[in-house]
Design a protein around this ligand. Structure first.
Ligand code: ATP
Length: 309
């Protein structure tokens, strides 16, 4: 690589990265390493954060957009850790100014932080010309967190292990989503602890089985069958932590969604609609009902983290 500029210079490398919804989230046993064994189906949707990596001396993170007041700008930011890890792997100095523009709700169950980490790996690998292989990027992603590998891949994928062992899934057509964003966040750790508590107390249902019916519906491009097969083992825990989400889910069903589900550990709720018109109508009606902070329409699947400028 060339000499490192002594000041911020140039427009840098801009990477767009999608949020995810879990169409199926089966939470199995707690493993010895403290993680749960998961069987999940991720879908990447066109609600996206952007990370721009610019030449600089040292590492700096700036955050703007949706929920940015709640996002750290120091090494606690997972994007910072992603840049530092890549620099170490590639034997280059961790010199970059990272500008993160958030659209993915913070602590919303849509893996926004993980998406930023994935985008940072791509942006910094490009900026620093590290020539890191895709396999190595996926390996670094898996070390950063359970949900970081998927936004590199995008599309729709079956995730096993902690969610980081990914197999792309075949789909036909696009799914139309309405996202109901909450005025509060839920920590994923709190949701998993609540599920463990419910299971220890004998209050939880059996973990979800294999997602074969869902995968078949996705292959066939049938949103009604896919909607009927949406499953989230963390939903009862999210509802226990945030009972107001019941009203949100009920309103979505009453207002004509094919199906509704809590995204991952919540509190964002995702509603599947028949087409773009139905999604726009539902987004407006849900916002008017006052059962969420705001709504977004989105489609999936979309590609994973990619350089856009
Ligand atoms: P998941 O679905 O993977 O559980 P989430 O979408 O619920 O994640 P995130 O938005 O990833 O949650 O953020 C969780 C916490 O991580 C936030 O409360 C924030 O303090 C911290 N955090 C660190 N880096 C970031 C980042 N780049 N964007 C958002 N939050 C971040």
């Amino acid at each position: 690589m060339g000499p490192v500029p002594s000041v911020e210079s140039g427009p840098g490398v801009r990477v767009r990265v999608p949020a995810k919804v879990n169409l199926h989230l089966g939470v199995r046993d707690l493993r010895d390493d403290g993680f749960h064994e998961l069987v999940t189906v991720f879908q990447a949707i066109d609600l996206a954060d952007e990370v721009t990596a610019r030449p600089a001396v040292g590492l700096t993170v700036r955050v703007s957009g949706e929920g940015s007041a709640h996002v750290p700008t120091d090494p606690q930011n997972i994007a910072w850790r992603a840049a530092a890890m890549l620099a170490e792997h590639a034997h280059v100095p961790p010199d970059a100014l990272l500008d993160i523009t958030k659209a993915i709700p913070v602590a919303g169950g849509m893996a926004g932080g993980s998406a930023d980490a994935a985008a940072t790996l791509v942006a910094c690998a490009t900026l620093w010309r590290t020539r890191t292989s895709r396999a190595d990027l996926l390996d670094l992603a898996a070390r950063l967190g359970s949900d970081v590998a998927f936004p590199l891949l995008g599309g729709t994928a079956l995730g096993t292990g902690r969610g980081e062992v990914l197999t792309p899934a075949l789909t036909t057509g696009r799914l139309h989503w309405v996202l109901a964003l909450a005025a509060f966040g839920i920590s994923a750790g709190d949701a998993y602890r609540e599920l463990d508590r419910q299971r220890a107390a004998g209050d939880a249902r059996q973990p979800a089985g294999r997602p074969e019916v869902l995968l078949d519906a996705l292959r066939a491009g049938d949103p009604h069958r896919a909607g009927a097969a949406l499953t989230n083992d963390l939903q009862p825990a999210a509802l226990a932590l945030a009972p107001s989400l019941r009203r949100t889910l009920t309103a979505g069903a009453d207002l004509g969604a094919i199906a509704g589900i809590v995204c991952g550990s919540g509190p964002t709720c995702a509603f599947l609609c028949a087409d773009a018109r139905a999604a726009n109508r539902l987004a407006a009606s849900l916002a008017a009902e006052g059962v969420c902070r705001t709504t977004r329409v989105a489609v999936g699947p979309v590609p994973g983290a990619r350089v856009v400028g």
